[in-house]
Design a binder for this molecule. Structure first.
Ligand code: 5GP
Ligand code: ZN
Length: 115
């Protein structure tokens, strides 16, 4: 775990965040700059650079991240209306934090194609 990494610092609780759900391996907290009424980031507590890297290294952990994303949607009451799960990856994917994270976006209608 690297303290250079913003999300590792949130896991270590040396950087504050509004945590909405937590398991032994996964943490979910509200995005600091929300793009929808529900905008929660679901991350593995262990550092992996992006979603595919995480899934290759530990498929079960990737499954736990998805399961928690579904739980978060239920907790925020957007499971029935629907929501979007996003894993931005790399430069063209507009990834800005290189610790794997699933965006859970909901509470409004989404557009397609994404920008
Ligand atoms: P990415 O652009 O890598 O897909 O997503 C990174 C997300 O992290 C962005 O939506 C950004 O608003 C969020 N973010 C960046 N810094 C912080 C922070 O310190 N706290 C929280 N809660 N979210 C952050
Ligand atoms: Zn990290």
């Amino acid at each position: 775990m690297s303290t250079e990494c913003l999300f590792c610092r949130i896991v270590e609780r040396t950087l504050p965040a509004t945590v909405v759900h937590e398991t032994e391996t996964v943490l979910a907290f509200r995005d600091i700059d929300p793009k929808a009424p529900t905008h929660v980031l679901v991350i593995p507590k262990e550092h992996h650079a992006d979603a595919a890297t995480m899934a290759s290294a530990d498929p079960a952990l990737a499954g736990e991240v998805l399961a928690v994303a579904g739980e978060v949607a239920k907790l925020d009451g957007v499971d029935a209306s629907g929501y979007r799960l996003v894993f931005n990856t790399g430069s063209d994917g507009q990834q800005t934090v290189f610790h794997a994270h699933c965006h859970v976006l909901g509470g409004r209608g989404m557009t397609w194609p994404p920008g």
